[in-house]
Design a protein around this ligand. Structure first.
Ligand SMILES: [Zn+2]
Length: 301
């Protein structure tokens, strides 16, 4: 018995072969998927809030503290968190979660990114050079991320591998069931155009057949200008665009103005848990978005 535990101690660093994994995710959508896959074998913490902009998070000591004893760090990747997460991970001095160690998971690794720029340069605005990082708005990508996370957890805590596998399968089945429901709800609105605030809805749009006619930001990360807003109003009138989708962390003056000028509905699109009032988890966020769009478009295109 002694021999076995000694061997185990040699093979697996303390705490990493069974028991509770301490997980820290950058955003609430990842944190929720990790919690669902990990179940009672993990403890999940999150570095940002769903009602705040994930591109910009203030590096507070409390966030570094969360990372100090983490076994796993999960980021969206594709440079969504490039402005803040690397600093925090480095600041934690936790050798288990540094990039290219087993405790570091880039959730984008199994995703086929949209909008990979050919020759990224400053004139394009604040573009993400690896492609658009807002892939979790498509539930099919949540499925891929859940699988990635389950594999990572099993690698770090082999004693719980069966539990992770089962939880991931349950998550997958739940996506199947909800996808059928969401697709049916969105089916009447194929080809409907909308205006967004930031270029963060393309994966959702591609999955459900909506078309993004433009964004309030003239270029990703660049604040609206009077001229661009005028152009958007003209476009919205010409194409009879009826919805503007925005997030709580963007100013609401311009979306409201577009609504007043064109009669379009201004809706909050929840980017994940906490992304809109009452939205508690990933499934809830998609439910919220589908329902909001459906309500706004009811009664013809
Ligand atoms: Zn972005």
């Amino acid at each position: 018995m002694k021999k076995i535990s000694l061997l185990a101690a040699l093979l697996f660093p303390v705490g990493l072969w069974a028991g509770t994994l301490k997980v820290v995710a950058t955003t609430p959508d990842l944190a929720d998927i990790a919690a669902q896959v990990g179940g009672t074998s993990v403890k999940v913490d999150c570095l940002s809030k769903g009602f705040k902009d994930p591109h910009f998070v203030e590096s507070k000591p409390s966030l570094i503290l969360k990372l100090m004893d983490a076994d796993v760090f999960i980021e969206t990747g594709l440079e969504l968190e490039v402005g803040w997460a690397p600093l925090l991970v480095q600041g934690s001095r936790n050798s288990r979660i540094q990039p290219s160690t087993p405790g570091f998971l880039n959730a984008s690794k199994g995703i086929s990114p949209l909008e990979v720029p050919q020759n990224p340069n400053r004139s394009m605005g604040d573009v993400h050079p690896g492609g658009n990082p807002h892939f979790l708005t498509d539930p099919e990508n949540a499925r891929i991320v859940a699988r990635e996370i389950a594999e990572k957890f099993a690698e770090l805590s082999p004693g719980d591998a069966a539990t992770f596998q089962k939880n991931e399968k349950d998550f997958d089945s739940r996506i199947d069931a909800k996808m059928a429901e969401w697709r049916a709800a969105m089916a009447p609105y194929k080809g409907v155009e909308f205006v967004g605030y930031h270029r963060n809805l393309d994966y959702f749009a591609a999955r459900f057949g909506l078309i993004c006619a433009g964004e309030i930001e003239p270029k990703p990360g660049i604040p609206p200008t009077a001229r661009h807003t005028e152009e958007l109003i003209a476009l919205m009138k010409a194409r009879k665009i009826r919805i503007v989708l925005t997030q709580p962390y963007y100013e609401d003056r311009t979306p409201k103005f577009l609504g007043e000028q064109t009669g379009a509905n201004v809706l909050t699109f929840a980017m994940g848990p906490e992304g809109a009032p009452g939205v508690k988890d990933y499934f809830g966020s998609v439910d919220y978005n589908v329902r909001a769009i459906q309500e706004a478009l009811k009664g013809g295109k």
